[in-house]
Design a binder for this molecule. Structure first.
Ligand code: NDP
Length: 454
């Protein structure tokens, strides 16, 4: 048995009561010597119910307790930063709950403070300790499904009544489902894929459970730096969906069922050309395993399960999802257009712009077939009289430089019909595509993606 660790709990919280007290006590020689609560009566009740000898009224008092070697911080999210900085300054190791903080700057400061103080800092991302996720990671990294292409995370759950407090109504505490649940998805995917998220798009929902415009549901898509695209569904409001995580690769798929949970449960199936195999799992309490790694890290025997830096990364991803889900005047949200032709082409026109650029770059069209001219300033907003493109030769001259009213969706590329040619506009540029001579733009008014036919 290694050196015993004296623990101080910062926060008389539900997670401490439900999981972490037992997880700490499961480590040989570890002892919870004190708890800190801002409310004397609640702190005393918590200490009594959990057989903790001392209840301190402040972080300062707990950190001055010489029996405390390490702290577990599970207060509401806005308090994590100041409490981590104080613990580091007092030379205590820090196991901090997620999200580490409300801003990236704060989270970075926390990691830096622990580095400077020479104490271990870890983030309590429990899911990477699950036998299921560890097995999925092992399979992915062993090449069991070939190159991973897609991931899907099903983490829409029902927030139990006893937790329906600050998460739903206190923005200053870092409320909302994204900071609560999306951080876990981000960490789990990073862990499994060994890759970093680089882009996020998202739509969030305010169903009425959360108050004041806070989101209680979100669907997001992340792109990772290895090319994997991940789809996340997180919610406080969904009672019966069940949870899961899937990774789909070129040579197979891994399906994790009931795996986005605090409990050591769930199953993992590998499906490929050989058929379907249920992969054996050696389940263990996730929190116990996380604390064991943390205690070993204190002894200098390896890294914690999820480091402070891991907490920074998961927060960065959640913040990107949060930002993407907020209506953005800079135009990063594209209206979903069901018309391939006509004003406001939105994402379809965006895709078309991509095809056009590729086509032009590949040097395929002749000048007679395709002319793209750059115009400064905003795009035109010429309404299409109908959805069909009349036959006829492409105009010889440049596209008419009509006066352009304000673009209703700044930044969104649009496809506009101009008599016998189509005009594609995107910020700062306008391209004109002519019909005939073996090339034409094909699309359909029912929303099918337009494509270039030659
Ligand atoms: P709680 O609401 O249970 O506790 C948070 C704080 O609220 C406590 O520190 C306590 O303050 C105060 N508090 C607790 N009970 C009451 C009460 N009945 N009335 C008024 N105030 C109360 O939060 P959670 O345990 O759900 O979450 C705490 C942290 O842990 C969060 O950062 C959360 O994101 C994280 N978490 C992580 C999980 C994981 O699996 N990694 C799972 C769940 C939460 P005081 O200490 O001053 O008494």
């Amino acid at each position: 048995m290694g050196k015993s660790v004296g623990w101080g709990l910062i926060g008389a919280s539900t997670i401490a009561r439900e999981w972490m007290v037992d997880a700490i006590r499961a480590q040989p020689g570890n002892e919870i010597v004190a708890v800190m609560s801002s409310d004397a009566a609640r702190g005393k009740a918590f200490a009594g119910a959990n057989r903790i000898a001392t209840c301190h009224p402040s972080v300062k008092a707990l950190l001055a307790d010489t029996r405390v070697d390490a702290v577990y911080i599970s207060t509401t999210n806005e308090l994590h930063k100041s409490q981590t900085l104080a613990a580091a300054a007092a030379g205590k190791h820090v196991l901090c709950e997620k999200p580490l903080a409300l801003t990236l700057e704060d989270a970075r400061e926390m990691v830096a403070a622990c580095d400077t103080a020479g104490v271990v800092m870890a983030t309590n991302h429990h899911l990477r300790n699950a036998a299921s996720h560890r097995k999925i990671r092992e399979l992915v990294q062993a090449g069991a499904i070939g190159k991973p292409l897609f991931a899907r995370v099903f983490h829409a759950v029902h927030l139990p009544p006893h937790l329906q407090g600050w998460r739903l109504n206190k923005p200053s505490a870092g409320a909302g489902v994204i900071l609560d649940i999306t951080v876990h998805d981000a960490d789990t995917l990073r862990f499994i894929l060994g890759a970093e998220p680089v882009e996020a798009v998202a739509l969030s929902q305010q169903s009425g459970m959360a108050e004041g415009g806070l989101e209680d549901g979100v669907m997001a898509t992340l792109r990772f730096d290895n090319g994997t695209i991940a789809q996340l569904h997180d919610a406080f409001t969904v009672k019966f969906a069940g949870t899961g995580l899937e990774i789909h690769g070129l040579q197979g798929s891994i399906l994790g069922r009931d795996v986005m949970t605090q409990r050591p449960v769930g199953g993992v199936t590998l499906r490929n050309a050989q058929g379907e195999t249920d992969v054996p799992l050696d389940h263990e309490n996730l929190y116990t395993r996380a604390v064991r790694a943390f205690v070993r890290a204190i002894r200098g025997e390896g890294p914690p399960a999820a480091s402070g830096e891991d907490g920074v990364r998961s927060l960065a991803t959640a913040l990107a999802v949060l930002e993407a889900s907020v209506d953005d005047p800079r135009g990063r949200r594209y209206p979903v257009s069901v018309r391939a032709y006509g004003p406001g082409g939105g994402p379809l026109a965006d895709r078309l712009a991509g095809s056009l650029r590729q086509w032009v770059t590949a040097g395929q069209p002749s000048a007679a077939q395709l002319r793209i001219r750059a115009y400064p300033g905003p795009s035109t907003d010429d309404p299409a009289p109908d959805d069909t493109v009349p036959d006829g030769p492409a105009p010889d001259g440049p596209a008419p430089d009509d006066p352009a009213p304000d673009d209703p969706v700044p930044g969104a590329p649009r496809l506009v019909k101009q008599h016998s040619w189509l005009e594609l506009t995107w910020p700062g540029e306008r391209g004109v595509v002519g019909r005939g001579r073996g090339s034409e733009l094909a699309g359909s008014p029912d929303g099918a993606a337009p494509k270039l036919a030659r």
